[in-house]
Design a protein around this ligand. Structure first.
Ligand SMILES: [Zn+2]
Length: 149
């Protein structure tokens, strides 16, 4: 089990795909709930489809649900994507959907949201309970054996 490291204001968060891996069907349902009204109609009966997604952060390639792509390229461009009435955790999730899951600190999230203090955001998403896969970016220890020349 991974050691729990208490996140700080400098900790970068993102949506952890591994967390969702065993919950793929639920992810689709959850993503669907973030679609704009127009896309909800459009994708109501569409079969699940996955596309390649390249992490802008690490270059890693993943299969992601096409709804993620739809939200990023269409729904997140709508003016009411995130409003003052969007619950904080949902708003944070929507920020990561829209920014291609680029890791952000609580301060960075605060800047985009324009409301709630960084420390409140940290308390909300930085606890032991993981909300919708939003968790600190883990930095794996890379042990690449150097080949003798
Ligand atoms: Zn849309």
């Amino acid at each position: 089990m991974a050691r729990y490291v208490k996140p700080t204001l400098d900790t970068k968060f993102h949506i952890d795909f591994d967390w969702w891996q065993q919950r793929r069907q639920n992810l689709r349902v959850y993503l669907y709930s973030h679609l704009c009204p127009e896309c909800r109609v459009k994708y109501a009966d569409s079969p699940p489809e996955e596309i390649d997604w390249v992490s802008p952060d690490t270059g890693e390639v993943r299969r992601v649900d096409i709804l993620w792509h739809v939200i990023r390229t269409h729904c997140s461009q709508q003016p009411d994507y995130i409003t003052d009435h969007t619950p904080l955790t949902a708003a944070v999730f929507r920020i990561f959907l829209a920014n291609d899951n680029t890791p952000l600190t609580p301060a960075g999230l605060h800047q985009i949201l324009g409301r709630k203090s960084p420390s409140l955001i940290l308390r909300t998403i930085g606890g032991h309970q993981i909300y919708k896969g939003i968790r600190p970016v883990s930095t794996p220890v890379r042990r690449r054996a150097k080949k003798a020349a």
